[in-house]
Ligand binder design. Structure first.
Ligand code: HEC
Ligand code: HEC
Length: 352
């Protein structure tokens, strides 16, 4: 009971209140020491709660084969859908990790406690303490943590460490994070001044002619050039109105069609290379020119020959990538509908 000082205090209080309660309700009695001991069977990582005893790998194997292998398999590999008890090393970051005593569990005390408390399934707590030590030793052996001549006992128990222990740590949010979230929150006049850093005008609504570019640059230069931002912005909008802008519906369709590309290509702010290069500013770009992306030899050759992505070349490429650039490693069969190609190109043209 020394393990639970608070609990002991509560039990004592209940015991003291006992006679009074008994007078009014005549219910119950304090638990006996034996009853508390039968309930108080948890084992802690530091070994607290472990009973005296020991067992070796070979004794453990015999017991295991008799009592456990029918569900967990002779080597902990599991039969059918019963849990696996061994293996799974290095799979924790896989999509479907195999979590076992060896690959995942932090503390050996949990193994001892679990087997002692709950196994064999359906006949829980039939094992003696020495048997639990022996089976635990065998489970360590199955996970390549000890050799076959190993004997586990209450004395060497805490010397055995499971491989994944270091990836578990105590919850330190109270020190590490709470302060950061506890500052007073600003609700009014939180900024001294508002600065406009970008305009929400649809990108590329501006025709790409030299005059418009000059106007845009003038707008960016702003005060220096003696042009107010509003004037410049208005001129840009006027200029845009003269030329047909990219059809927003087509762009929206293109965004949908781009679903076929998204697994491999990113666009927009912060776009990175994935299995394909990022596609910001792809129109007008020299093929195979993104630094740090490993293009196929076919693409390197296209690059050296000066292939540039225009609406026309892109359209041909996206209709039949592998025909257009033989040997490309882009595994996309090609769009069947011309509408999809036009739409995706319109969508891509909105990312500079
Ligand atoms: C009748 C089938 C059966 C037998 C026999 C059996 N177990 Fe289990 N075992 C289970 C099931 C079912 C679970 C999962 C229980 C749960 O998740 O609540 C389990 C879970 C476990 C786990 C935890 C596995 C994990 O990664 O979550 C261990 C360790 C274990 N058993 C050890 C043993 C040992 C040692 C024996 C023999 C003394 C044994 N089992 C006998 C069915 C069985
Ligand atoms: C399975 C992954 C994958 C998919 C899906 C995919 N791509 Fe690619 N893409 C690549 C790879 C890889 C490359 C580089 C090809 C090479 O090096 O041979 C590439 C290259 C390109 C290039 C040339 C880029 C450059 O820097 O020269 C364009 C343009 C392109 N893809 C557009 C698209 C579009 C549009 C789609 C959707 C219709 C798409 N891709 C679908 C993987 C993919």
């Amino acid at each position: 009971m020394s393990k639970f000082p608070e609990l002991a205090a509560v039990a004592l209080a209940v015991a003291l209140a006992g006679p009074a309660a008994a007078q009014s309700f005549d219910l119950g009695r304090p638990a006996t020491e034996a009853e508390v001991a039968a309930w108080d069977i948890d084992i802690r990582p530091d070994g607290m709660g472990l009973p005296e005893g020991s067992g070796d790998v070979w004794t453990g194997e015999e017991l295991y084969v008799d009592l456990c292998a029918s569900c967990h398999g002779d080597f902990g590999e599991a039969r059918g859908r019963w849990p696996v008890l061994a293996g799974g090393d290095g799979t924790l970051t896989d999509d479907r990790p195999v979590k076992t005593i060896g690959s995942y569990w932090p503390y050996l005390s949990t193994v001892w406690d679990y087997v002692h408390r709950a196994m064999p399934f359906g006949q829980a707590q039939m094992l003696t303490d020495d048997e639990v030590y022996a089976i635990t030793a065998y489970l360590l052996y199955l996970n390549y943590i000890v050799e076959d001549d190993f004997t586990l006992s209450h004395e060497n128990f805490t010397e055995v460490r499971l491989p994944n222990e270091e990836n578990f740590f105590l919850d330190d949010r109270a020190e590490a994070e709470l302060a950061a979230f506890s500052d007073e929150v600003c609700m009014t006049d939180c900024k001294d001044a508002v600065e406009i850093t970008a305009r929400a005008a649809v990108v590329d609504v501006t025709p790409d002619d030299a005059a418009a570019r000059e106007r845009r640059e003038a707008a960016a230069a702003g005060a220096d050039a003696g042009v107010t931002e509003t004037d410049a912005a208005e001129e840009v909008v006027e200029a845009a109105a003269e030329e047909p802008a990219v059809d927003p519906q087509l762009v929206a369709d293109g965004e949908k069609a781009f679903a076929k590309c998204r697994a491999c290509h990113q666009v927009g702010e912060g776009a990175k290379n994935r299995s394909g290069p990022h596609l910001n500013g792809v129109i007008g770009r020299l093929a195979g020119s993104i630094e740090g992306f490993r293009y196929s030899r076919a693409f390197q050759e296209a690059h050296d020959e000066g292939l540039t992505w225009t609406e026309e070349t892109l359209a041909e490429f996206l209709a039949k990538p592998r025909t257009y650039i033989k040997g490309t490693k882009m595994s996309f069969a090609g769009f069947r509908q011309d509408e999809d190609i036009d739409a995706v190109i319109a969508y891509l043209s909105t990312f500079e």
